[in-house]
Structure formats: structure tokens, C-alpha cells
Design a protein around this ligand. Sequence first.
Ligand SMILES: Cc1cc2nc3c(=O)[nH]c(=O)nc-3n(C[C@H](O)[C@H](O)[C@H](O)COP(=O)(O)OP(=O)(O)OC[C@H]3O[C@@H](n4cnc5c(N)ncnc54)[C@H](O)[C@@H]3O)c2cc1C
Length: 413
Amino acid sequence: MKVLVLGAGVVGVTTAYELLRDGHEVVVLERESAPAQGASHANAGLIVPGDALAWGFPERLRSLPKVWLGLEQAMRIGFPGPHLISWGLRFLKECTTEAWHRNTLIRHRLSHYSQTVMSEMLAESGVEYDRVPGGVLSIFRDPRSLEHGNRLRDILREAGQSFELLDAMQLVKREPAFANTRTTLAGAILCPTDESGDCHGFTQNLAQICQERGATFQFGVTARYFISDGDHVAKVATDHGEFTADAFVLCLGCWSPQLAGSLGETLSIYPVKGLSLTLPIESGHQPPTLSCSDQNAHITCSRFGDRLRVSSLAAFVGFNTKHRPRQFGYILKGIRELFPHGADYERPKYWAGLRPMTPDSTPILGRGRHHNLLFNTGHGSLGWTMACGSARITADLLLRQPPGTDLSGLGPR
Ligand SMILES: Cc1cc2nc3c(=O)[nH]c(=O)nc-3n(C[C@H](O)[C@H](O)[C@H](O)COP(=O)(O)OP(=O)(O)OC[C@H]3O[C@@H](n4cnc5c(N)ncnc54)[C@H](O)[C@@H]3O)c2cc1C
């Protein structure tokens, strides 16, 4: 079957890989000149089933007034236009304890499955991406937040996820880079099966492998709308003419709703802006080996070889990736406190990207009203974690064979 994949982020490229494994002819359309130029470009790099907690929960509602008043550094809401209002109303419905439980378990199930698919993909393809296995640390600066964070993870424990609770001394033993920390730390929760790696490197290298296996990547091509005939998508119109295929997979991240809209399908995906900075590591620096997420300073940090990636922020400001160095001030301050000699803090490389976030924090997988169009989009804050599993599921659905995990709650909605 000839399959056209729209988008060459981590989701589109992993999809192309799985489709090739099934023997399909694969064409990938991407408007940029290379893979992974959208959200997959410089994300935090965490692969974290152990941090699959959904974004909507009752406490989020209580924190909203502070966010509106601009008192939360790591979360911002811009002037709400119609897109944000309609998304936001749906999000508010997901802020109950019951919905949080449901959405967290869906996220965890898919993330866990994705890790299994990813390890098969690594063994089979040999793709390289500065992988760091061995766990990810959630660190807490005060005992109350440690206790709260530990309690929140009970739901994941019940789903079979294992965690280790570490006090401050045990934390330093596990990650010696914390010995120099200039802030108080109450302790950490280690999820030993979580890991990290460079999503951009992975996506680029996997795209190369796909091309060697016969996939065609058409860069610099912007998809404009689908052309359908009843419940059959016939072609996609682009700025470089029309492309036909037997089946189509929509992997355009935040930009998926526009294309789906040309078929009358509504996908509720909002672009939630995040920031990252990448710092060079040189001899004499003392960076951490394990990735960590500071639950009080709201920053995450991962090491990719000789680079340290630090990330933060959830800003609801539309399709806006503009950024200024001073917006990264609190991120630099937080990481310097944790690892004063962790990297060269004078030479940061700044980046902003857009998470394709659904109101319930879970992606949209499967068919809508058109039998030969599959959605694989809306992975929000965990697209790197969930990409490989979502790709395999999409390939299975195309062949109409049962996927390797339960899809409840993941269909178009
Ligand atoms: C700051 C930040 C930190 C993050 N940290 C993590 C993390 O630690 N762990 C994790 O699991 N996830 C993380 N994420 C989320 C993750 O990066 C995303 O969920 C994931 O990259 C989404 O991948 P995608 O392929 O769906 O989208 P994208 O990577 O955005 O890819 C979509 C592609 O479609 C292309 N495109 C768009 N419109 C068109 C068109 N009309 N025609 C042709 N091409 C088009 C774009 O150019 C782009 O290449 C983070 C995100 C951000 C922003």
C-alpha cells in the first residue's frame, strides 16, 4: 500500500519506520528542510512513563488565579481568543479527580507500551541518540512537596510502575553531581525504568534509516488541505501540487487541526509553548548523568553527551515561538542552584517550541470519518515518550490488526 505521512517530527518519522517494517511504500511530506524542526527539535528529552501524570487535576484549578495574575514563572496564559476559550472549557472538564485518574492511566499505559516498542526499534535499527538509561529523578526542595509528589504517584504504583524514594543523602549517592547543590533538597523519587535521550538526534537518524530502507522524504512541501470522495481521502493538496496515496497519516503536531478541518473533522489541540536552553559541557564541569525534574523550580534537565538541556514553561499564548534571553532567567537560576559547575552557563542556546496538547492530555489515534485517514497526533507534553508506541499502533490499525495495547480513550473525540 502507498502511505503518505504528513509531518516529519518524531511522531511522523517513527510512523514511517513502522510502516516500512510492514512492507508499505512510504512518502513523508514536511514543510521544513529537515526532520524534527517543530516540537521535536529541542525538547527536554525525557522518556518518562513514571511521570505520566495528566495536566488537568483539581489543584490546577486552584492555581489558576495566580497564573492569571502572572505570579507563576513556569506557567502563563495570554489573552484568551476563541481557540483558547474552546480548548480551555474542555480542559476545565478534565480537572476532576476522576478524569485525572482516567487520563493519567491512559497516558501511563501508552507510555509504557511505547518504551517496549522503542527498545525493539533500537535493537532492530541501531539508531543513536545519546541515550541515558537507568532512571529519571523527580527532585523536591521541601519535605511537604516530596510527600505530596510521592502520594500523587500512588496511582502509577497501582498500575505497576516502580519508584524508589530517596532522602537527600541517598540522592547524592545516586547522583554525585548533587553534592555541590546550592539549595536545600528534601529528597527525590527515582523511577528506575525511565530514561532520556536527544529526540532531535533520534528523529534525524531514524529518518536517515527510513530513507535507506526506501522511504521518500519530500522536504519544503506544505500540505494545505485534503481532497475527499465520500469517506475516502483521495489526495492532499500542497504548495507543490497534489499527492495521491492509498492511505494518509496525519502527524502534524499542533498544526493537525487545520488539515483535519478541511475534511470537517475537529481536533482539539492547543499549542502550549515551552522553552529550553542547551549548554555546552567541557572538561572541568560536573554535570549530572541522570536526568532530573525539579518539581519546585519547575525545570527539567537532561544530559546529551557534551550538552546539558534544561527546559521549562507552559505558556498558553497561541502559535508564538518568539523568545528573549531574559525569559530564560529563572531557568538559568534554577539550574545553577542545582549544579553550580554543571556546564558553561555563559553560552546558552535558546529555543521555544509548541506542545500539541489535547484537553485530556492524551493523544488522538485512529480513524475518524474517512476510512483511509489515520490520526497520530496531539501527544502534548509526552510526544517523545509515546511516539514509538503510537507509531506501532497506527501501523497495526492500518492493517486492521489488533494493536499491542488497549486503545480506550485514545480515538478521535
Ligand atoms: C519545551 C518542550 C519540552 C518537552 N519535553 C518533552 C519530554 O521531556 N518528553 C516528552 O516525551 N515530550 C516532551 N515534549 C513534547 C514533545 O516534544 C512533543 O509532544 C513531540 O515532539 C510532538 O511530536 P510531533 O511529531 O507530533 O510534532 P512536531 O515535532 O511539531 O512535528 C510536526 C511536524 O509537522 C510539520 N508541519 C506542520 N504543518 C505542516 C504542513 N502544513 N505541511 C507539512 N508539514 C507540516 C512541522 O514542520 C513539524 O516538523 C516537550 C515539548 C516542548 C515544547
